[in-house]
Design a protein around this ligand. Structure first.
Ligand code: FAD
Length: 640
């Protein structure tokens, strides 16, 4: 069947049955505990030090486990989470505006276009309030109102104000909190930190995850690390598109290697395109910059009513402007979810109404907000974002509207995990953006930080206990370790031996463009097929012609890149296959063949209400996890 076959459905997600609100308590109560005195005998590897990995490492070590932690940056604090701007959701209902755990759960399932697992999402909503308490106790400087209470603001797809923030630096402040907790454990000797060390493969022995093989990025030394459980908190794979809002170093190697060792990969084609990014300025560009969704609280999005209008924004009178989100979606206006806002921007630009170079932009205008609130208030809310915009574009957003355009931002897909956040390889847990767990086909703004910290501070520490308390582990056979080490070394030698003519970046750029054109904001059967033909050719060209200067036993960033691009070239094919197999539109996955008369995503709940969990193989195998909606009844999403 079209390059893949269908395997057995996933029978058990380990989510307890019974009332939704009791499931997490029941799971925790049923979980085995490890006696505190015995915990130090267990080693747990945590790969990643972003909000998910940082919080998990600190908490597991606090519990008494011996944690061995890795990141490829020079400091845990430089994990990509540091870039998160706008905020973190939590069902605290401080504003008494009708928010509740149930509403957050409901908004998230609906926002994800009914492709997420209810049990997980409900738990996320329950745990969300604890995250804020935890962060406040650590001293995270959330914005406060005049009276001293924590302030909140709105994010897309909801009608309450549940987003907590620290100006436009929420990720940075939360990460400093997690890092501080991690540092305490590093100092206590319970966390052994390996910075600038990249996991290149997973060691599986007797069917269980038992360690990793890593490369020291400074010396090139290949090292092996064994443990009783392995946690991947390695972030998203949006950089498969080359241009994205992610940090340049973010990559898919850890999860892709684990996938090749047996972990199923879920919904790889579910990628999020963020509506408010600074448009590309030219061919040379290697990175895109996000302008936080929080700006849509006060900024109004518009394009000229006349297509091809070349007048400057100031020359276009009010009645010749189309505030198209307010027109199309009056009840949510500029705060519709990201997938909807992105598609609407693409539609107006495709129809010739776009502004700026190439017509690939729409205005995000603060003139009304400045007139209503005064410049100081706008500066206090968004000052650092305005500064960033001005530095990049040389335009003053206080005086002229920002120009924005959608860009790749987040990946809802990731390694498949059960309710315990355990992958299909026993002992391998996956948290944060690296897993697929909670956001369905579209993530709501400010929910990634919530999920990463829920996973790391609260969920994983309970479920790892259960795994370690109920599993007897033997020694890892030398042969198993040697085999993985050898494969890692051989791959590096192979990359160095090609001595071709093209840089890894040039392959990455070509792959990214192909993916953007055919697996980006909208997808067609024909385009996906075309890309599916081209990716294997590009991969073969890569292995024939990539040029990696220097050697393996040294600091070699070209080698690092080539290694990661080789994985992107494989993952891309699975994304295309997944997008082709999903004959419906849902959330960020927009198949042009499946749309309503109004151009909205048209789901097919009868045939596609499942998580697509892919097993690796020459011919990938699709396992379906059928989604059951007992509480939020799937409907055509409406934000009008
Ligand atoms: C510009 C921007 C702004 C955002 N703003 C918000 C926001 O306001 N609110 C919100 O909720 N979400 C936001 N997001 C999304 C959110 O920031 C991310 O989803 C989240 O921070 C991911 O956290 P993480 O811990 O899963 O991964 P990351 O923070 O990406 O951390 C990954 C870690 O894994 C390590 N790693 C990866 N691979 C390897 C390997 N092979 N070997 C060793 N180490 C490895 C890295 O070194 C790093 O430490 C934003 C995203 C972007 C791009």
């Amino acid at each position: 069947m079209d390059g893949y076959r269908v395997g057995d459905p996933i029978a058990d997600t380990k989510a307890p049955a019974g009332p939704l609100e009791n499931r997490w308590d029941e799971r925790k109560f049923a979980a085995k505990l490890v006696n505190p005195a015995n915990r130090r005998r267990h080693r747990v590897i945590v790969v990643g030090t972003g909000l998910a990995g940082g919080s998990a490492g600190a908490t597991l070590a606090e519990q008494g486990y011996h944690v061995v932690q890795f990141c490829f940056q020079d400091s845990p604090r430089r994990a990509h989470s540091v870039a998160a701007q706008g905020g973190i959701n939590a069902a605290k209902n401080y504003r008494n505006d009708g928010d509740s755990v149930y509403r957050l759960f409901h908004d998230t399932v609906k926002g994800g276009d009914f492709r997420a697992r209810e049990s997980n999402v409900y738990r996320l909503a329950q745990v969300s309030a604890q995250i804020i308490d935890q962060a406040v106790a650590q001293g995270v400087p959330f914005a406060r109102e005049y009276g001293g209470l924590l302030d909140t603001r709105s994010f897309g797809g909801v009608q309450v104000q549940r987003t907590f923030y620290a100006r436009g630096q929420t990720g940075q402040q939360l990460l400093i909190g997690a890092y501080q907790a991690l540092s305490r454990q590093i100092d206590a000797g319970t966390v052994e930190l390996h910075a600038r060390t990249e996991m290149l493969d997973l060691i599986v022995a007797d069917g269980r995850a038992r360690g990793i093989v890593a490369r020291d990025l400074v010396t090139g030394e290949i090292t092996t690390h064994l443990a009783d459980a392995v946690v991947l908190a390695t972030g998203g794979y949006g950089n498969v598109f080359y241009l994205s809002t992610n940090a340049k170093g973010s990559n898919a190697t850890a999860i892709w290697r684990a996938h090749k060792r047996g972990a199923y990969f879920a919904n790889p084609c579910f990628t999020q395109i963020h509506p408010t990014c600074i448009p590309r300025s030219g061919e040379h560009q290697s990175k895109l910059t996000l302008m936080s969704e929080s700006l849509r609280n006060d900024g109004r999005i518009w394009v000229p009513k006349r297509s091809g209008d070349t007048r400057s924004s100031g020359e276009i009178p009010e009645d010749e402007r189309d505030y198209y989100l307010e027109r199309l979606y009056p009840s949510f206006g500029n705060l519709v979810p990201r997938d909807i806002a992105s598609r609407a921007a693409k539609n107006v630009c495709d129809a010739g109404f776009g502004v700026g170079p190439g017509g690939l932009g729409v205005y995000l205008d603060f003139a009304d907000a400045i007139a209503r609130l005064g410049r100081p208030a706008v500066e206090a809310r968004y000052g650092n974002l305005f500064d960033m915009y001005q530095r990049i574009t040389a335009e003053d957003p206080y005086a002229v509207p920002m120009r924005i355009y959608p860009a790749i931002h987040y990946t809802m897909g990731g390694l498949w995990v059960d309710y315990d956040l355990q992958s299909t390889i026993p002992g391998l847990f996956v948290i944060g953006e690296a897993n697929f767990s909670d956001h369905g086909a579209n993530r709501l703004g400010a929910s990634a930080l919530m999920q990463g910290l829920a996973d790391g501070y609260f969920v994983l520490p309970a479920t790892v206990n259960d795994y370690l308390g109920s599993t007897r582990l033997g020694d890892v056979p030398d042969a198993d370790i040697r085999q993985v080490e050898t494969e890692v070394r051989e791959r590096i030698s192979r990359l160095l031996a090609v001595r071709g003519t093209r840089s890894a970046d040039s392959f990455h750029r070509e792959l990214g463009l192909l993916m953007w054109d055919h697996c980006g904001m909208s997808r067609t059967r024909e385009g996906l097929r075309k890309a599916l033909d081209r990716v294997p050719e590009l991969r073969a060209e890569f292995w024939r012609d990539v040029r990696v200067p220097g050697g393996g036993a040294e600091f070699n960033q070209e080698l690092e890149k080539a290694n990661r691009v080789a994985d992107f070239l494989e993952l891309a094919e699975l994304m295309l296959l997944d997008a082709l197999a999903r004959e419906e539109s849902c959330g960020g996955h927009f198949r042009e063949e499946h749309q309503t008369a109004e151009g909205e995503a048209l789901r097919d709940d009868e045939n596609f209400a499942f998580v697509a969990a892919w097993e690796y193989g020459a011919e990938p195998v699709l396992h379906r996890e059928n989604l059951v909606f007992e509480h939020v009844h799937p409907t055509q999403r409406s934000y009008t």
